[in-house]
Ligand binder design. Sequence first.
Ligand SMILES: [Zn+2]
Ligand SMILES: [Zn+2]
Length: 207
Amino acid sequence: MVIHTLTLGMFAVNNYLIHPPNSSKAILIDACEDYPAILQKIEDLNLELVYLINTHGHGDHIAGNKPIIEATGAKLCIHHLEAPYLEDPQLNLSGWMGARLQSPQPDQLLEEGDEISLEGISLKVLHTPGHTPGHITLVGDGVAFVGDVIFRESIGRTDFPGGSYEQLIETIQTKIYSLPDDMILYNGHGPHTTVAHEKHFNPFVRG
Ligand SMILES: [Zn+2]
Ligand SMILES: [Zn+2]
């Protein structure tokens, strides 16, 4: 799988544009407010966006949903517990960010164990709550897209509406640290890491 990391927007969100090596069909994981840069990249690479998957519903990860879906016709996918975040400025924090954004409704509601497949690549859905109730991690071949669950030597915030510190720690211990040690974790902000690195060096959750 080819992975393009687009770090954009006022919160430096990592938006991931991925596609099979021999296909122009693509998946976008998260869509920040700098949608023109994302659309430009899709055009430059001659890709056809089939799915837009939100790891969770915070404004910095969904602000580009509407214009990107309008421009590409991509199908929007999000965990069923997270769908209310798409329309609620209190939950998605956009009220607080001064934008009151609303996303289109999802085409597909996800749950643990679902799989999104596209021309030979496959992303398995893990439900990884704590940062938000319906946060998901997408597990591919040797890589996982973990959103705001865990960062390099840090963890996601749990002080926003719906967040739970206990739940986040349990998610990391039971779901993230159960992934293979050499799996690369691509997160929503900052540099990528591996399961083994976090087990050894994450100051919040030891493996
Ligand atoms: Zn978040
Ligand atoms: Zn974020």
